[in-house]
Design a binder for this molecule. Structure first.
Ligand code: AMP
Ligand code: MG
Length: 274
């Protein structure tokens, strides 16, 4: 199954999240049955990142967005553990600090965009500025509504500089979100994760859904596509994200740089067997 095609938000198309099944699991019946496929893609991601790092000419930006408890942290833990920390970084986008708030909204994102050879994962991102900011009217409509075009330009700019951008919206149902939030209440080891805001934000589910739909519609481009990942089943979410990341990276056909030395000459000079 080509999940890249299946979950892509076609540039210019309409998005109706209500029509996309968050519990979809493709042709897979269970986590056990999908395990081998997930492991294979995680392994492949590791090899591809090695090439990206070695080539040192391009970079990869992975944007993760979701409702609270949507699985962003889990995706990083289970899928992006594939990456060698030497060539990867994770950036969480929280409420802007005073310094961040004193700049344009893209400043903090640009600041941590990945340089050549590196992967950056955004746990939340510059999209918060058309999501939470819109839902809570933190700035007036005439300000946030202009941001979609700024985001498209920003991502185009990154792409022209060799940064590949892929964006995942982890799509969970309202019921699954509640199960996860309740599980946190039941588990002392997860109490630290509880944020009363998450429960309050649930009441604005539909406003968030609308804000997400607009963001997905207006900013999915060929250069920086959005994928809507069915995420009620954590294992399927991992499978789909890993699969799409592998497909994207393998298409870059990264090349190892030319050796700085003549290997045969080194063997001869230092009397080494081949
Ligand atoms: P968490 O990801 O659960 O640690 O929470 C981070 C919080 O920061 C979320 O509630 C986000 O909506 C919020 N946040 C992120 N970016 C912004 C922003 N630009 N303006 C306001 N709130 C933000
Ligand atoms: Mg939270």
């Amino acid at each position: 199954m080509d999940y890249r095609k299946k979950f892509l938000v076609e540039p210019g198309s309409k998005v109706h999240l209500g029509r996309l099944d968050p519990a979809y699991t493709g042709g897979h019946s269970s986590e056990d049955e999908a395990r081998a496929a997930i492991d294979k893609d995680v392994e492949r991601l590791c090899e591809l990142q090695y090439r990206l790092y070695a080539e040192h000419a391009r970079s990869l930006l992975i944007v993760l967005q979701a409702m609270d408890a949507g699985g962003k942290d889990g995706t990083i833990r289970h899928v992006f553990r594939a990456f060698n920390p030497q060539g990867a970084s994770v950036h969480a986008f929280k409420e802007p600090t005073p310094l961040e708030a004193a700049h344009d909204f893209l400043w903090r994102a640009h600041n941590v965009a990945p340089p050549h050879g590196q992967v950056a994962i955004f746990n939340r991102s510059h999209y918060e500025d058309v999501l939470v900011v819109r839902v809570h009217e933190l700035v007036p409509k005439h300000v946030w509504s202009k941001r979609y075009d700024r985001i498209v330009e920003f991502e185009k700019n990154l792409s022209q500089a060799g940064t590949h951008v892929i964006k995942f919206f982890l799509h969970v149902s309202k019921e699954e979100q509640l199960r996860r939030l309740e599980a946190r209440l039941d588990d002392p080891a997860r109490h630290w994760k509880i944020d009363e805001l998450d429960f309050a934000e649930r009441e604005r589910w539909h406003e968030y859904e609308k804000a997400y739909e607009d963001a997905l519609e207006r900013t999915s481009t060929e250069r920086a596509p959005w994928y809507v990942i069915p995420a009620d089943h954590k294992w399927f979410r991992n499978l789909a994200v890993a699969h799409i990341a592998v497909q994207t990276l393998s298409e870059l056909k990264m090349q190892f740089p030319k050796p700085k030395v003549d290997v045969a000459e080194i063997r001869q000079k230092y009397h080494l067997e081949s």
